[in-house]
Every structure is written in C-alpha cells, then in structure tokens.
Design a protein around this ligand. Structure first.
Ligand code: ADP
Length: 482
C-alpha cells in the first residue's frame, strides 16, 4: 500500500501503552476487492483483555481528574492529526473495507468532527443547583465520568464509529477500550497510532483485537468496566444485554435499521431520486441508515422507478482504490447471498426489475446496483435489513397507508420522506416511529445532531450535547443543616 506515512499501517494491538504483535493466534485481514490477505493482527487471549481493562482502570482517576480543557485539547490534537493524515487513513480503510476512496475520506473527516465537537463539549458538562423543598437544605448535582468504557464497532464504518464513541467518552473523563470488527481492525489501529502521537495516555485509549464473543463476554462480565457502547446487529445487541445483566452494565446500542423512504405525490422528484441514491447506494447499501423500503405514491411510482433505475445504471462499479469508483464490492459472500435471497423473494412476489439484478461482471463480491418496482409490501426486504445495493419501490395509495407501512417494523432508526407540503411535513415527521427523520434529504448524520434509534434499533444517542450524557453519571449532594 502506498502511504505517505507507512507507520500508520499497523498490525499490532495497542494495549496499556504497548504495541502487541501477533504471536501464535492471529486474524487475517483481507481486501474484499480480491480476497488478498493484507495483514495479520493478533487474536488476543482473555488474559490480554483483562490486562487492557486493568490498564484502563489504572488510568481512570488521573484522566478524570484532568481539567476538561486539557482533555479537550488532547482530543483536538488527535482530530487535527486525523485530518492531516486523512488520505493515508482512507487508503487503509478502502483496503480492508472496499468502499471508494472518496467515501472513505468522507467517513474519516465527517466523524473526526465528533472529536472536535466533544473536545468543545468537555468544558460544558454542567452540574446543577436545584431549589430545595426545605429552607435548611441545598440540592446540588454533580456530573461525573461513568468509569472505564468499552466500544465494540462494526466493519461498515471502521474509522468513524470509533471517533464517535471515543470522542464523548474521553471528553467526559472515561478511558475507552475499542474492539474493532475483525474484518477491519487496521483503521482502528491507525487511529491508535495517532492517538498516541497526540499524547493521549496509553491506558486511556486502547485497541484490542481478537475473537468478538470472547472479548465481548469479558467486557460484559468485568466488574471494572462500567459501560459498553456497541454498534452492530440487533442480535448481538440482545446478546450484550443478556450477558451484562448480572453486573447491570450501562449500554449504548446502535443496532439494526430498516429505514423507510417515502416519496409523496407533491415531492420534487429529481431531489427525491438524488436523496434515494445517497440513502440507498452509499457504501454499497451497507449502512444501518440505508433506505431499505422505498414507498412511492402510485401516481409517480413508475416515473420515480425509471429515474432511479437510470441513476443506478450510471453508478461506476469497481475497486474502491480506483479513481472515479462510486460503488465498491460487498464485504463478503454472505452479503451477496443475502441480497440474492431478498431479490428473488421480491421477484417471486411479482416485482419488476428496472436496473441491475445480479452479480457484477467483476466477479467476487461485486453486485450490480439494482432497482425493483412494484414490490409487494409483504416482501422479505420489508421486514429484514438487506444491507446491500437493492432499491425496492413499493407503491402506496394514501398518506395514512404509507405511514402504516413505514411503521410496521420492529426497527426505528432512520426514516426519510420527500414532500413540499408544510402541513404534511409536520404530520408525517411526528407520526413516523424512528429516532431520526430525513425530510427532503437522504443524508442525516452529523456531529451536532443526536444519532440513534427507537424500538429495537437501540438505546442512547451519539453526537450533539446529548451524546456526552451517555458517559456521565449524576451524583446528587444533599446539603443539610444549613
Ligand atoms: P455485522 O452484521 O455488522 O457484522 P455484528 O453485530 O455481527 O454486525 O458485528 C458488529 C461488531 O460486533 C463487530 O465488532 C463484531 O466483531 C462484534 N461481535 C459479533 N459478535 C459478537 C459477540 N457475540 N459479542 C461481542 N461482540 C460481537
């Protein structure tokens, strides 16, 4: 790999201020574009994970005691180093994940912004003085860091999901141990190189690699660990709740979605097509906020399908590291099999193919950007997240029917809709059962906004001033006899 700073390509875990090379058990990291092994990182044993927790615990008091301004300054420095090295970080990300370089850099820059945001918020974790119900008393509320935290992060945003979690944790005064997805540990380790360079103490930010269920299990059971922040599947989220029940661990969970995307008859159709392209095909459809069910008013459904099909056909599919690529490969063959199953199921129920429809001529895990129209509301993809480049258009007759179909899901992460009628905009936005609603846009995440879901899409929020609250506890001081 051609990097300006080759030291960012790191295949060792970062534990208590030491780099741990693979000895014995290791995990192969492959390039999803060709299956080539690009690195081997350690598969740490349980003892190493316990050492990481002990190192974080040892670093906890000093980190919490530092002035917020000082923690913020270190976060800001880390942020600046990430931006200065964004091109190299993007090359590492694309090599292990497959997304186009421009998208990789976009992920890195947009999510480094969470470090900048929380570097600033660190100074604003205000307590309260509350008027007491008795004259001789005062009610005072302190906000204190929750303690040692762990982050378990997914492969679809190997860089951004780490800065989103480490930013608020470190700002609040909590050390954090990151367990990246085994498919994509290199972005996490590159971030560790830069955190170290920024001066963040070794016990305060650590990256451990290895078997997910073993590491997750230790995190859940460790009495020294106060909180786990997880982004991934609903199934693993449930497992973490069960495993950590004994110790009443705090959890922030950003789980699966099955985002509805509604296009009303009064929408600006070109804008809706553009928004649907971003909401559906970004990262080859592999994001938890990707539009999975596109409900379009029956009077415009065919025209919308035609335009979306044309835009999907025009997407340049190829290797992420080649200039001009707009869609890279899928992460693995299981992802290809899932889109094939969802596609076949929709076709069996009478859907019509408008664009794509199968594996791409490039082979491997490449799939054609695919558009279906006339999809049945009962199709499998209306219930399950496809996580792949399949845009399914389901026609609707009335606003009420569209909202009912959109809400008929156990998930509630993101929803999108297009309308130019102000009354409808408020009506629909208020009725949609989701944590986030994109109105006349297909792109909603940013550091200033609370990102998260309702229903089985998770617990807690990332970003905004609310994001840091996930990492602090309230302590009520009852001052009596005054
Ligand atoms: P995805 O379908 O996106 O891979 P997963 O929930 O399987 O979603 O993975 C998200 C993250 O959770 C990854 O870091 C993965 O290694 C980790 N993970 C998977 N299974 C477990 C588990 N049993 N305990 C803890 N972490 C897990």
């Amino acid at each position: 790999m051609n990097l300006t700073d080759p030291t960012l390509f790191c295949d060792r875990a970062w534990l208590g201020g030491e780099w741990i090379a693979a000895s014995g058990a290791a995990i192969d990291v492959t390039d999803p574009a060709d299956g080539r092994v690009i690195a081997r990182v350690p598969s740490l044993d349980g003892g190493a994970i316990e050492r990481a927790i002990a190192a974080a615990d040892a670093a906890r008091a000093d980190w919490a005691a530092r002035p917020a301004k000082e923690r913020g300054a270190l976060l800001r420095k880390w942020h600046d180093l990430i931006l200065a090295n964004a091109d190299d970080l993007a090359r590492i990300l694309t090599a292990e994940q497959g997304k186009p370089l421009a998208e990789a850099k976009g992920e890195i820059v947009a999510n480094a912004a969470y470090l900048e945001w929380f570097a600033e918020e660190a100074k604003r974790v205000y307590g309260e003085v509350i008027p007491a119900p008795a004259a001789d008393r005062r009610v005072i509320v302190l906000k204190q860091p929750v303690g040692v935290c762990a982050a378990i992060t997914p492969w679809n945003f190997p860089n951004g999901m780490i800065t989103r979690k480490a930013g608020p944790a470190l700002a609040a005064g909590c050390p954090i141990i990151v367990k990246p997805a085994s498919q994509t540990p290199l972005s996490a380790l590159a971030l560790a190189v830069l955190a170290d360079r920024a001066g963040i103490p070794g016990g305060v930010f650590q990256v451990v690699t290895g078997k997910a269920s073993m590491i997750g299990g230790i995190f859940c059971k460790s009495p020294k660990l106060a909180k786990i922040s997880f982004t991934g599947s609903t199934e693993v989220g449930r497992w973490l709740i069960r495993e950590s029940a004994e110790g009443i661990k705090k959890l922030s969970l950003e789980l699966g979605g099955n985002a509805p995307f509604l296009v009303f008859e009064d929408a600006d159709l070109d804008a809706a097509v553009e928004g649907a392209m971003i909401a559906k095909f970004r990262n080859s459809g592999q994001t938890c906020v990707c539009a999975n069910r596109i409900y379009v008013h029956e009077s415009i459904a065919e025209e919308f399908a035609r335009r979306l099909g044309r835009a999907a056909d025009a997407l340049r599919v190829g290797r992420g590291d080649q200039p001009g690529t707009e869609q890279g490969p899928l992460i693995d063959m299981a992802a290809v099999e899932k889109i094939e199953a969802h596609l076949q199921d929709a076709l069996d129920r009478g859907a019509r193919l408008v664009a794509g429809g199968g594996r791409h001529a490039l082979g491997g895990t490449w799939f054609q950007p695919t558009v279906l129209s006339g999809v049945s509301p009962d199709a499998l993809l209306a219930r399950e997240e496809t996580f792949a480049p399949l845009a399914a258009i389901i026609p609707f007759r009335s606003e009420a029917e569209a909202i009912d179909m959109a809400n008929a899901s156990e998930f509630g992460l993101a929803a999108y809709f297009y309308s130019r009628d102000l009354a409808r905009v408020f009506r629909v936005a208020e009725r949609l059962e989701s944590g986030m609603v994109g109105i006349n846009t297909g792109l909603i995440a940013n550091e200033a906004a609370p990102f998260g879901g309702v229903k089985q899409s998770g617990l807690g929020r990332e970003g905004s001033r609310h994001g840091i609250e996930e990492y602090v506890e309230m302590k009520y001081l009852c001052m009596a006899g005054l």
